[in-house]
Design a protein around this ligand. Structure first.
Ligand code: GLN
Length: 481
């Protein structure tokens, strides 16, 4: 009831593409309350969870905020949705995103932009993106928690901008079956919650092998991970790495101060700080914006107006010449940012550009992974033998750095940004994505506090761990939240 009321009250923030269906959600709640199974004791029983609109659901349409999937109804649920439902959760609507997850401020072109509940000097702020709808739904208690997807930061950035907790698990732990692909080698289902413990509860329910997802981590790898994760006890002294390359010139003073204050407080509590270098960070963003569009151009080729979704009203399907139908459908159905990425991806995959762009970007991706493997104490469970390490390894447990270079910009400022300026905002989230590492964004209080109740009085801080060390990342997140 509270969820329905709050969704009506906050509808002006456009967190949802499709809001909760009252009858459906009440029926489901009643079924759970009446059930005699163990369901009522499940930690998620009766909890309202919103789902980003690029994750398919039987009960609600799935649009990825694109005209090309206008009114598309999936005949099946994504595995993550099925798992939530069987744990007794109530799916309470589909949340807004940048079209197909491509963007950082949840400003889809065909529907309304999501607004943050926070303001600066009375001006509306960006909710971050692309899972901005999920973040705002949680920040305003329109849902207890929400699923998002994170390809290059789309769960962590909106968490940082709205004061929520955003968790991107290691790549391959949560099933991608039923998640509309943007860049499948990077796409990861993540959560937006009010606390780290809520994120842990959901993660525990979803963290299983799924034979429907070819990139789901196998049982063998999962066993290897379980056998070697970093032990945690509350009196443990952590070795915290400070990635020096993340201290970019673009960090705003509030962000830099909050970061150093957090590190000092960890040191005061007995943990040790270790400056570390991840030299390939500088190339990571460029590599991401070659690889992600390349995969997108291939993944989005299936939207042709024949199989599903939007179809132009002009030319008809003609087996001899399908180009007019495809071109018109895709020209109408995709917004400008998606078209830009398809063009960019098709170019970097073309025979004359492949070696200079795509292949180089794959090399950079490997270097980024090696940088991380070099600083973590834990061995990467995806690599067979202990990889060769340079002699000055820092052996840290986790890395701590800001999630975004600045506090959220106003929507008016976002309006004036060029695409490249927009891409720059992902500089601190993209490296962990390229390496598939678990990363969590937690809000940390600003020292100056808030003057007005709607002011932003938090900075998103990111905890990054070795591949598979998700539980340690969550523990450390709880320590600093
Ligand atoms: N902003 C990044 C992009 O546009 C990340 C998006 C995401 O993680 N889905 O690609």
């Amino acid at each position: 009831q509270q969820c329905l009321e709050r969704q009506a009250r906050y509808c002006g923030l456009n967190a949802f593409v499709t809001r909760a269906d009252a009858t459906r959600i009440q029926d489901a709640a009643r079924r759970i309350a009446d059930s005699e199974s163990d369901l009522t004791s499940s930690t998620l029983a009766g909890k309202t969870i919103a789902v980003k609109d690029n994750i398919v659901t039987k009960d609600y349409p799935t649009t990825a905020s694109s005209k090309i999937l206008n009114a598309y109804n999936s005949p099946y649920n994504a595995t993550v949705v099925d798992k939530l439902v069987s744990a007794g959760a109530l799916i309470c609507g589909k949340t807004n995103l940048d079209e197909f997850g491509m963007g950082s401020h949840t400003r889809p072109i065909f529907t309304s932009a999501t607004k943050s509940p926070h303001k600066r000097n009375g001006q509306a702020l960006s909710a971050g993106g692309s899972s901005g709808g999920s973040a705002v739904a949680v920040a305003t208690s329109q849902a207890w928690a929400a699923l998002g997807t994170d390809t290059g930061g789309s769960v962590r950035l909106p968490a940082a901008y709205t004061g929520t907790v955003g968790f991107k698990p290691s790549y391959g732990r949560l099933s991608r079956w039923g998640v509309i692909a943007y860049a499948n080698s990077l796409d990861t289902v993540g959560t937006l919650t009010q606390t780290v413990d809520d994120a842990r509860q959901i993660f525990k329910k979803l963290d299983e092998f799924d034979h429907m997802d070819p990139t789901s981590l196998s049982r063998t790898v999962r066993e290897r991970i379980a056998g070697q994760t970093t032990d945690w006890s509350s009196d443990r002294r952590l070795r915290v790495g400070i990635p020096l390359e993340y201290n970019t010139a673009s960090l705003s003073p509030e962000v830099r101060q909050t970061w150093s204050r957090l590190l000092m407080s960890l040191q005061d509590a007995g943990h040790s700080l270790h400056p570390v270098s991840l030299p390939s960070t500088h190339q990571a963003l460029s590599a991401y914006y070659v690889l992600a569009p390349a995969e997108a151009s291939s993944n989005l080729a299936k939207y042709d107006g024949v199989r599903y979704g939007h179809r132009t009203s002009g030319p008809d399907a003609n087996p001899k010449d399908s180009l007019p139908l495809f071109a018109a459908t895709r020209g109408e159905g995709f917004g400008p940012e998606v078209q830009r990425r398809i063009l960019l991806g098709a170019y970097t995959l073309s025979s004359e550009a492949m070696d200079n762009y795509f292949v180089q970007a794959q090399r950079v991706r490997r270097l980024v992974q090696m940088d991380f493997d070099n600083v973590f104490a834990l061995h990467n469970p995806l690599l067979d033998a202990q990889a060769e390490r340079s002699s000055d390894t820092a052996n840290v447990d986790v890395l701590i750095a800001p999630t975004a270079p600045t506090l959220p910009p106003t929507l008016a400022e976002v309006e004036k940004m060029s695409p490249v300026e927009m891409y720059m905002n992902d500089v601190l989230t993209v490296p962990a994505s390229l390496a598939g590492l678990p990363a969590l964004s937690v809000p940390v209080k600003l020292q100056s506090g808030a003057k007005e109740p709607e002011d932003v009085d938090f900075v998103g801080m990111q905890v990054i761990g070795q591949f598979g060390d998700d539980s340690l990342v969550l523990e450390v997140g709880e320590l600093i939240e």
